[in-house]
Design a protein around this ligand. Structure first.
Ligand code: ZN
Ligand code: ZN
Length: 295
């Protein structure tokens, strides 16, 4: 008899799509009623901290494979407002948890991600990200590793948004979302844990890119962000290159882009904004060097 609270991976026989059924997550609170659990002194952070991780008490996967990552003790901060030193602490924490979870024999892939804003289901405003440690390589990174091409050095200048150190941020030429961003290093670095990974450069280009997204419509941009890097299954993966995907949800001020029936039904997305125009608009924002940063 299956435990109804234990995450259960099923494959749909018609589409082949994998889904984890997680009955227990329906019981998780939307908004805690005892104050923010992520603030110092709160339920999940009893002691002072700069960055912090802990096992998610409402996991979508079994065996301590879901963690929460606190970016700052400041409840009202935004990721970009942490500055390069604060954001580097976050990138270092991502690398630390990648190494720790990836070292487990039952973990083949570590996915670090963030959902920002209530529009994408973030139930707590305190700046934080998450990690899922998978026992197999999930289909999206697997497909990229098999067939994907990622060449930051050949991105057209009209698509570039920001750069720092080894890292570039740009709007993909075939962006699925209007202000979608991709962030990757020029050099072939497979993982945040590699000794030649310029983590400070990543921190700088990331907070600059996120600041531009908030400045674009003078309102906080809801987004989904995730990191793809080398699997931890023991393979070599010489072609793997660490990179970030950022999927912002707004297509214009106060207007959310919804994925519609034709897109789900066909597997083809329709983007109403020219990627080069999106990049130009983002370049015209002040970024982290500017003073017109929206709070
Ligand atoms: Zn808080
Ligand atoms: Zn990717």
């Amino acid at each position: 008899m299956n435990d109804p609270n234990r995450p259960d991976l099923r494959i749909d026989p018609l589409s082949g799509a994998p889904t984890v059924i997680v009955g227990s997550r329906q019981g998780r609170p939307n908004l805690p009623d005892t104050g923010c659990p992520f603030c110092p002194g709160g339920l999940e952070a009893p002691d002072p901290y700069e960055v912090r991780w802990f096992v998610n008490r409402w996991p979508a996967l079994p065996e301590d494979c879901c963690e929460l990552l606190l970016y700052t003790p400041d409840h009202t901060a935004e990721f970009w407002s942490l500055g390069i030193s604060g954001a580097t602490r976050v990138v270092d924490l991502w690398a630390e948890r990648t190494a720790a979870l990836g070292a487990r024999s039952d973990v083949d892939y570590v996915l670090i991600f963030e959902n920002r804003g209530p529009e994408v289901g973030a139930t707590i405003a305190h700046p934080h990200g998450q990690v899922y440690a998978f026992s197999t390589i999930p289909p999206v990174p697997q497909k990229e590793l098999n067939d994907g091409v990622l060449e930051p050095s050949s991105v057209a200048a009209e698509l570039l948004v920001s750069s720092s150190g080894d890292w570039l941020s740009w709007v993909p030429d075939a962006a699925s979302y209007p202000y979608e961003l991709r962030i990757a290093p020029r050099t072939q670095v497979g993982s945040l844990t590699d000794s030649d990974c310029d983590r400070t450069g990543l921190a700088a280009v990331l907070i600059d890119s996120l600041a531009r997204l908030d400045q674009l419509f003078s309102e906080p941009m809801p987004y989904m962000m995730w990191i793809h890097q080398r699997p931890t299954d023991g393979g070599d993966w010489p072609a793997a290159r660490v990179h970030l995907h950022i999927t912002p949800l707004l297509r214009s001020a106060q207007t959310q882009r919804f994925v519609a029936a034709a897109e789900l039904g066909s597997g083809i997305t329709f983007n109403p904004v020219q990627p080069a125009d999106a990049a130009a608009q983002l370049r015209a924002c002040a970024g982290c060097d500017g003073t017109e940063v929206v709070r």
